[in-house]
Design a protein around this ligand. Structure first.
Ligand code: ADP
Ligand code: ADP
Ligand code: ADP
Length: 213
């Protein structure tokens, strides 16, 4: 399947995507993860992207479309994929349609992680990440066995530099202004499944499975 996950920061996209990936054997492409790796490696792309990311604004369409175009060429992504955090603007959605049309392919489903803004600050400020695997923890909702340490590898967890209450405000503003129109774009094509993303993770997983069955 070719799937898109859309939802505001902290809505649970990263938490649900490994489960979807294992079940449907898809490749998982998260533009945020790819951009953070580029920033950490100080590549030309990372240098261009860093300022917008630190402010909680979107990186330019050309940059992200370029990385997605490149990543989708991987053999593991030919039969299907999960796009997590892309497209985030209508322009990106149109470019994606063009890329897929060239391969005679199309988007199968858009999972919309619907959630009230008020819940997100607590989720975002409590988030801890194991960067190498993308495993995500939460100080209150999904604590690691030992504080600050990944359960599987024993390696240290980090907090994202943009996971502050202040930067979250800009990220939410960008979501409402630039990304919500993307949900309308796919609704008109009849592709959107709305998920009750405020529910506990396991219940959201059940809803994801229903939407994909
Ligand atoms: P979240 O966990 O908030 O959903 P991401 O990890 O997906 O966030 O993205 C982090 C940041 O990376 C965004 O605030 C934005 O600056 C940049 N970014 C990620 N994906 C895109 C995209 N498709 N278009 C533009 N900017 C993006
Ligand atoms: P996104 O990828 O959409 O930005 P994450 O999946 O990283 O969001 O989730 C943000 C934070 O909220 C993480 O710390 C995660 O452990 C926690 N979380 C994810 N889903 C839920 C849920 N259904 N209920 C409570 N907390 C959750
Ligand atoms: P700085 O000194 O500017 O914090 P780094 O390049 O070490 O420099 O990392 C910047 C921040 O980016 C880290 O503190 C972390 O929050 C975030 N980060 C780096 N790599 C990842 C990743 N793979 N996943 C999530 N966040 C990451």
């Amino acid at each position: 399947k070719r799937l898109i996950l859309i939802g505001p920061p902290g809505s649970g996209k990263g938490t649900q995507s490994p489960l979807i990936k294992d079940e449907y054997c898809l490749c998982h492409l998260a533009t945020g993860d790819m951009l953070r790796a580029a920033v950490a490696a100080k590549t030309p792309l990372g240098i261009k992207a860093k300022e917008a990311m630190d402010k909680g604004e979107l990186v330019s369409d050309d940059l992200v479309v370029g990385i997605i175009d490149e990543a989708m060429k991987k053999p593991s992504c030919q039969k299907g994929f999960i796009l997590d955090g892309f497209p985030r603007t209508v322009t990106q959605a149109q470019k994606l349609d063009e890329m897929l049309a060239k391969q005679g392919a199309n988007v199968d489903k858009v999972l919309n992680f619907a959630i009230d803004d008020a819940i997100l600050e607590e989720r975002i400020t409590g988030r801890w990440i194991h960067p190498a695997s993308g495993r995500t923890y939460h100080t209150k909702f999904a604590p690691p066995k030992a504080p600050g340490v990944d359960d599987v590898t024993g390696e240290p967890l980090i907090q994202r530099r943009d996971d502050t209450a202040e930067v979250l405000k800009s990220r939410l503003e960008a979501f409402h202004r630039q990304t919500e129109p993307v949900i309308d774009y796919y609704s008109k094509k009849g592709l959107v499944a709305n998920l009750p993303a405020e529910k506990p993770p396991k219940e959201v997983t059940v809803e994801v499975q229903k939407a994909l069955s």
